[in-house]
Design a protein around this ligand. Sequence first.
Ligand code: ADP
Length: 544
Amino acid sequence: MLQALARNSAREMPALRYLALGFIYLAVYVVLDWLSFVDPLGAFGVTPWNPTTGASIALVLAFGRAFIPWLFIAPLLADGLLRHFPLPIHTEIGVVVTLGGTYTAATWLLTRAGAEFSRGLQSKRDLIWLLGTAAVAALVAATGCVLLLALTSIIGIEQITRGILEWWVGDMIGITVMTPFLLILLSGRRIFPPTPELALPFVLMLGSLVLIFGSADSNRSQLFYLLFLPVIWIAVRFGLEAVTGALVTAQVLLIIAIQLSAHSDLSITALQILMLVLALTGLIVGMLVTEQRNTQRELWLYREALARVSRVGTLGALTAAIAHEINQPLAAIGNYARVGRQALKREPFDHAAVARTTEQIIEQVDRAASVIHWLREFIGSGASRPEVVSVNELIRRPESACRADLDEHGIRLETLISRDLPSVMVDRLQIEQVITNIVKNAAEAIAGVGAGDGLIQIEADMEGDKFIVISIIDNGPGFEPILLERPISPFTTTKTEGMGLGLSLSRSIIESHGGRMTLGGNGAGARVSFTLPAARTLPSGAII
Ligand code: ADP
């Protein structure tokens, strides 16, 4: 319920809720005051830790400035109920006004518009603001109240310094230990993660306290450092939330231990100063750990976002790839159709030529359809359909797909396939696509420089005893040096109409077959080579 109220605090709070919360605060205040009224310096209540101050600050920070009046009511009520107003009424009012006024100023500063502080305690900055403001406010409150007590002769002049120190330490511990804990609790975050590992540091904490209070007075402050171990353990392993819980536990256990053991007054203040150092160290380490975790999480989210962006990017590349692959048969169809139209116009009517170009058009339309089919399958499952094909067969279809282009520019195509070459185990359509891409590129390169006598050679040979290497060599201008210097990457093109996808798509197809693709040659022409796994042959010569 308190958490729900905390979340609602920004909006107008209904009167009933406001009162309910106010009374809950008063009850908590009185109980905490009663529990912590240990070892007071005089009947007026300078105690070694004041969790009430921490609760008051948390109340205003979590629920808003509307609760400031309650900061004045609570100490008056507690003094009346628990101690029957030990001070003369004007001093009592003076103390309450000093305390309430100082902490009102502190919370006002932290909650002002544009403040650097956020009550969710999400960053080092929030913690530093809270603790810094608390330190100054506690000093002002301690000095004001102790001077007031001295002025009204309730304490002696010689007690002023000690009084201020004890009051300051008590309030500081109250704020350092209680406020972050309550703020985290009220923001709905979990204090302790459900893990058995947590039991170990708490056992260690108990053990340390037994050791500290089991030893002689003079050794106490030295052994106190043992408490750092469990607190730092919790801070490092579980972050800020858990360390606030650990500090409240440590403080409560410490007070119980002080109560149970025989002690001198001085040792309590000394122990409380050590406790303050412990609390500050724990909170800072916890905050650093939590911040680091948040950064890691942010980084993870950022990486995820980047992966999503790159997936969208891949989709874009895929769309471009489809356009590229379909463009080739479409261009071939256009060329054949034009040749057919010429043949129709010719006198006498060349029946055979029209029949031939129509056949070629049909072949290209089928090809476009199968490319789409393959792309759909490839995108859908990423699967390919390997079959045993001879290199001669692999070259036949690309040759006919590029024929019109080659003829148009008077380019010769020669094939040099070594004898007894085993077949390859490939997805036929994909490799035909690769060869078509490369031959088309070569034809475009030769046509681009307008040189006659263009020649493209397709060579195929064994590479080692497991691979077949196919090279497409042309006598065009060759690759630009920059393209040879870096790996084949998509969208690299030197053509105004180019998409820069043919080579990279070909490379991924070859690599998905377990082969490798390399570019070579320079001014004297280009060479694109790729390897493909040979289909295994039995000694009898049968292919498996
Ligand atoms: P695109 O053909 O759309 O430009 P590619 O990936 O097929 O995309 O080719 C990328 C670049 O490689 C081309 O722009 C061209 O500069 C170069 N290239 C490809 N093949 C050859 C070749 N045979 N001769 C010279 N340069 C070539």
